[in-house]
Design a protein. Structure first.
Length: 182
C-alpha cells in the first residue's frame, strides 16, 4: 500500500479558502453568542418588577442629624445624613439623603465602567471630607458608566468655582456636568 500526498497551488488555495471560511463562521458564532449573553442584561434594565416581588426592608431605627457642608459644598446648604441601625441584625451604616429637586450642575471627578473603581474613589473622597455621590447611566454604546460626582449647583459659575477648588486642593482633573445626564 502506497499513499501519495502531493499539494499543488490549486490544492493549497482550496485549503486556505476553507480555513478562512471556518474562521469566519467561528467569528460569526462568537458574535451571536456574545449578543445572546447580553440579552438578559438588556431585559433586566427594561423589566419592571411586579409589586409582589418588591423586597421588604428590615425594621430600621433612623436618627437624622444635620451637618454643615464644608467650603467645597453647594452654597452653604446643609447635607442631611441618616444614621441607620437595624433592630433585627444590629448592623449600622451611614447613608446620605439628597433633595428630590436637584440643581442642574454637578462636578464630576471620575467615571468608571467597573462599579468597584467608583466605590473606591467615593470612599477616598469621603475620608477626605467630601460628600460625593455616584451617578450611574448607560451611554449610546450601551455601556454602563459609574460617575463619581461632588455637589449640586444652581449655576455654572458656582460649579466652576467648586471645580477649581477641588482641582487645586486634590491635584486631580474634574469637569462640570449636568446633574441628570452623562
Amino acid at each position: 500500500m502506497d499513499y501519495n500526498f502531493s499539494l499543488n497551488n490549486r490544492h493549497i488555495s482550496a485549503v486556505t479558502v476553507g480555513l478562512c471560511a471556518v474562521g469566519v463562521l467561528i467569528f460569526v458564532a462568537g458574535v451571536l453568542v456574545g449578543v445572546y449573553l447580553q440579552l438578559p442584561e438588556l431585559e433586566a434594565r427594561t423589566a419592571v418588577m411586579p409589586e409582589a416581588e418588591v423586597p421588604v426592608e428590615p425594621e430600621v431605627a433612623r436618627t437624622t442629624k444635620q451637618f454643615a457642608v464644608p467650603d467645597y459644598g453647594p452654597d452653604d446648604e446643609t447635607l442631611e445624613l441618616e444614621i441607620e441601625a437595624s433592630a433585627s441584625t444590629g448592623v449600622s451604616g451611614l447613608t446620605a439623603s439628597y433633595p428630590v429637586e436637584r440643581n442642574p450642575f454637578t462636578v464630576q471627578v471620575g467615571a468608571f465602567w467597573k462599579p468597584r473603581n467608583a466605590e473606591r474613589l467615593y470612599e477616598a473622597l469621603w475620608k477626605k471630607g467630601y460628600a460625593p455621590h455616584i451617578f450611574s447611566a448607560w451611554d449610546t454604546k450601551n455601556r454602563l458608566w459609574h460617575c463619581v460626582r461632588i455637589g449640586y449647583y444652581k449655576d455654572r459659575t458656582s460649579a466652576r468655582r467648586e471645580m477649581n477648588r477641588f482641582m487645586a486642593k486634590q491635584k486631580k482633573e474634574a469637569i462640570i456636568r449636568p446633574s441628570d445626564t452623562l
